[in-house]
Write a protein that binds this ligand. Structure first.
Ligand code: 13P
Length: 253
């Protein structure tokens, strides 16, 4: 029995047409387990958010893949937290490594986004994770601990508990290379330890920390068997409804 309710989140990245997205949601909507057993989230393109939110049943959450930290302003092409909540969005992904790598996100902007998400009562999932170079240099824990400390700067205990963390080693994303369950668990334990130092164990023991990076229906169970892995953030294997349902079902067992 898990200490915390698991979370299975799909990150669709820049995939799917509107028709594909609708077909997917109609297939999984009524089949995902009750939210008390596992929380299921789909992070989708912003242009499908409203369409999918309108069709979202009680047990499925639809989230945005990014947001800007400013309330409003001259930021062409960006979406604010207020705009997201205005159309009924409840969840948002922050600081994915692809955003850090290709869109110049920094630990500082991640922190500002986390603060803004909480100010707007959005549930954030914040991503951290090291490059292959950092891992090979034996600096994974130091690197990830630093990302966590910077991301949570100024975040209250109450909001820290509501935050979901996703540990995604960059070298495991979309490569078919998964961290071993033990390695993933060790880094996640180190993240929880960092959160304990910041907030105390009454908070750190409640925060859900997910693993991401080449998770699929075949390897998810052994990852979830680890003591500190509370779920998964899944890219490729979340695009197919059948595979997504298998991932979600694995978390209920
Ligand atoms: P893959 O599951 O395709 O490796 O992607 C992981 C990821 O980046 C989820 O956010």
């Amino acid at each position: 029995m898990k200490k915390r309710i698991p979370v299975i989140a799909g990150n669709w990245k820049m995939f799917k047409t509107r028709d594909d997205a609708l077909a997917f949601i109609y297939q999984v909507n009524t089949k995902v387990p009750a939210i008390e057993e596992v929380e299921t989230i789909l992070f989708v393109s912003p242009i499908y958010l409203r369409t999918l939110i309108k069709r979202q049943e009680d047990n499925l959450r639809i989230g945005a893949q990014n947001m800007h930290f400013a309330e409003e302003g001259a930021f062409t092409g960006e979406v604010s937290a207020n705009m997201l909540t205005n159309i009924g969005t409840t969840h948002v992904l922050i600081g994915h490594s692809e955003r850090r790598q290709y869109f110049a996100e920094t630990d500082e902007t991640v922190n500002q986004k986390l603060l803004s998400a909480h100010a707007h009562k959005l549930t954030p999932t914040i991503c951290v994770g090291e490059s292959l170079e950092t891992r090979e240099a034996g600096k994974t824990n130091e690197f990830v601990r630093n990302q966590i400390k910077k991301a949570f700067k100024g975040i209250s205990k109450e909001n820290a508990i509501k935050t979901i963390v996703a540990y995604e080693p960059i070298w495991a994303i979309g490569t078919g290379k998964t961290a071993t369950p033990q390695d993933a668990n060790d880094t996640i334990k180190s993240i929880r330890q960092t959160l304990q130092e910041l907030y105390g164990s009454s908070v750190s023991e409640k925060i859900r920390i997910l693993y991401g990076g080449s998770v699929n229906p075949k390897n998810i169970s052994e990852l979830l068997n680890e003591s500190d892995i509370d779920g998964a953030l899944v890219g490729g294997a979340s695009l197919n409804p059948q595979s997504y349902l298998e991932l979600v079902t694995a978390a209920v067992k």
